[in-house]
Design a protein around this ligand. Structure first.
Ligand code: SF4
Length: 271
């Protein structure tokens, strides 16, 4: 049985999940991400899904889930346009942690229609075409994998970009009626990298080549010194548009919370 077929055991109402998201946000803020994940798992019934794109944040969270043997489903959105290095890391991570990471693919009919309309690299032609590609290859598949889940674990950090600056630890995602949980929300990029090194966590070699944020190969370039972390994503578009739609709420903005206090000292704790 795949994780898409599995049914949620949760019986919590939408209002109860929203209240739980707020309570977790307050009560877990001073804990290490490992403890945050453990307490999320014990507090929330039903299916919890972690989606990774195999960036350094995703690798750290995968490590914490696997090392603590947490019953959290692992999934990735395979657009078919990922870097070869990302596919290699995916295989390496499964071997290292002994857990399968479920691949979620775009709907074939929708994808064929998109390519017929815009061409194989139509995302360069207009923002509409790019957003249509992200919608079909990422947003719609994400909706499928999260259907019936009670919580969604992400690798978002508040200082990844201005747009993500108010990312909270835990919030209720009104798009999907689910708890959205970002255990590294208050870590800097440097802290995440330091933790990955300390724990010998496998990471994408593209990071060493200047790819601070790694997505689909045709839509990602290395960043230059001094550029924002996500400047290499859809580099031909304006800075304000650098999201694929996975993290937009109904108003088109990221979930908001109070100003983040960074807790990089947490990253010096044991693996
Ligand atoms: Fe398509 Fe580029 Fe979005 Fe990947 S990042 S889904 S290739 S537009």
């Amino acid at each position: 049985m795949t994780i898409l077929q599995r049914q949620s055991e949760a019986s919590a109402s939408v209002a109860e999940l929203a209240a739980l998201a707020a309570a977790l946000n307050t009560s877990l803020v001073d804990h290490h991400p490992a403890e945050r994940l453990k307490r999320l798992r014990s507090a929330v019934g039903g299916r919890i899904v972690f989606t990774t794109s195999f960036g350094v944040e995703g690798q750290v969270i995968l490590h914490l889930i696997a090392e603590n043997d947490l019953q959290i489903d692992l999934a990735t959105l395979d657009t078919g346009r990922l870097f070869p290095e990302t596919y290699a890391l995916w295989a390496e991570a499964e071997q290292r942690y002994g857990r399968r990471i479920t691949a979620i693919y775009p709907d074939a009919t929708q994808l064929e229609s998109l390519v017929a309309r815009h061409g194989i690299n139509g995302f360069y032609e207009s923002i509409d075409a790019r957003q249509a590609c992200c919608q079909i290859c990422k947003v719609e598949p994400l909706g499928r994998v999260l259907t019936g889940a009670t919580a969604w674990v992400t690798g978002m950090r508040a200082n990844q970009s201005r747009f993500r600056g108010r990312t909270p630890l835990s919030a209720f995602d009104t798009n999907r009626d689910i708890i959205k949980f970002s255990p590294l929300f208050d870590w800097s990029r440097e802290a995440v990298i330091a933790f990955a090194r300390q724990c010998n966590i496998p990471t994408n070699p593209l990071h060493e080549a200047g790819y601070a944020s790694i997505g689909c190969a045709p839509c990602t370039r290395a960043v230059r010194p001094g550029e924002p972390e996500r400047a290499g994503r859809w580099w031909w578009e304006a800075e304000t548009k650098k999201e694929c739609g996975l993290h937009l709420d109904r108003g088109g903005i990221a979930q908001s919370a109070s100003t983040t206090a960074f807790r990089d000292a947490n990253s010096r704790k044991p693996c």
